[in-house]
Design a protein. Structure first.
Length: 73
Protein backbone atom coordinates (compact mmCIF):
# COMPACT_ATOMS: atom_id res chain seq x y z
CA UNK A 1 0.00 0.00 0.00
CA UNK A 2 1.23 3.49 -0.81
CA UNK A 3 2.15 5.80 2.06
CA UNK A 4 -0.88 8.15 2.19
CA UNK A 5 1.18 11.01 3.64
CA UNK A 6 3.20 11.12 0.43
CA UNK A 7 -0.01 11.27 -1.63
CA UNK A 8 -1.57 14.39 -0.08
CA UNK A 9 -2.00 16.91 -2.88
CA UNK A 10 -1.76 20.66 -2.80
CA UNK A 11 -4.96 21.18 -4.82
CA UNK A 12 -7.32 21.12 -1.83
CA UNK A 13 -8.62 17.57 -2.24
CA UNK A 14 -5.98 15.88 -0.09
CA UNK A 15 -5.89 12.10 -0.37
CA UNK A 16 -8.95 12.05 -2.60
CA UNK A 17 -6.90 13.53 -5.46
CA UNK A 18 -5.04 10.26 -5.94
CA UNK A 19 -7.43 7.67 -4.47
CA UNK A 20 -8.74 4.81 -6.59
CA UNK A 21 -12.26 5.30 -5.16
CA UNK A 22 -12.74 8.96 -6.08
CA UNK A 23 -15.34 10.13 -8.60
CA UNK A 24 -15.55 13.79 -9.62
CA UNK A 25 -19.16 14.83 -10.18
CA UNK A 26 -19.84 18.01 -12.15
CA UNK A 27 -23.20 19.76 -11.75
CA UNK A 28 -25.19 21.37 -14.57
CA UNK A 29 -23.92 24.73 -13.33
CA UNK A 30 -20.28 23.65 -13.62
CA UNK A 31 -19.47 23.04 -9.95
CA UNK A 32 -17.35 19.98 -9.22
CA UNK A 33 -17.75 17.70 -6.21
CA UNK A 34 -15.60 14.82 -5.00
CA UNK A 35 -17.64 11.67 -4.39
CA UNK A 36 -16.27 8.68 -2.49
CA UNK A 37 -17.07 5.42 -4.27
CA UNK A 38 -16.75 3.50 -1.00
CA UNK A 39 -19.84 5.29 0.32
CA UNK A 40 -22.00 3.04 -1.86
CA UNK A 41 -21.10 -0.08 0.09
CA UNK A 42 -19.77 1.15 3.44
CA UNK A 43 -21.61 3.64 5.63
CA UNK A 44 -18.38 4.70 7.36
CA UNK A 45 -17.53 6.81 4.31
CA UNK A 46 -19.28 10.09 3.53
CA UNK A 47 -20.68 10.32 0.01
CA UNK A 48 -19.21 13.81 -0.39
CA UNK A 49 -16.35 14.10 2.14
CA UNK A 50 -15.29 17.43 3.62
CA UNK A 51 -12.08 18.43 1.91
CA UNK A 52 -9.17 18.20 2.24
CA UNK A 53 -9.14 14.59 3.42
CA UNK A 54 -5.85 14.07 5.24
CA UNK A 55 -6.43 10.56 6.63
CA UNK A 56 -8.71 7.78 5.40
CA UNK A 57 -8.84 4.06 6.22
CA UNK A 58 -10.22 3.32 2.75
CA UNK A 59 -7.49 5.11 0.81
CA UNK A 60 -6.05 3.12 -2.10
CA UNK A 61 -3.55 4.76 -4.38
CA UNK A 62 -4.33 4.61 -8.08
CA UNK A 63 -2.14 2.46 -10.27
CA UNK A 64 -0.31 3.97 -13.20
CA UNK A 65 -2.62 5.27 -15.90
CA UNK A 66 -2.80 3.57 -19.29
CA UNK A 67 -0.97 6.49 -20.84
CA UNK A 68 1.88 6.09 -18.34
CA UNK A 69 2.08 2.34 -19.04
CA UNK A 70 2.24 2.78 -22.79
CA UNK A 71 0.16 0.94 -25.33
CA UNK A 72 -0.04 -2.75 -24.45
CA UNK A 73 -1.82 -5.55 -26.30
Amino acid sequence: MTDPRAAVSSDGRGLCACCAHVRVVTSARGSSFVMCGLSRTDERFAKYPRLPVLACVGFEGRGPSREAQGHQR
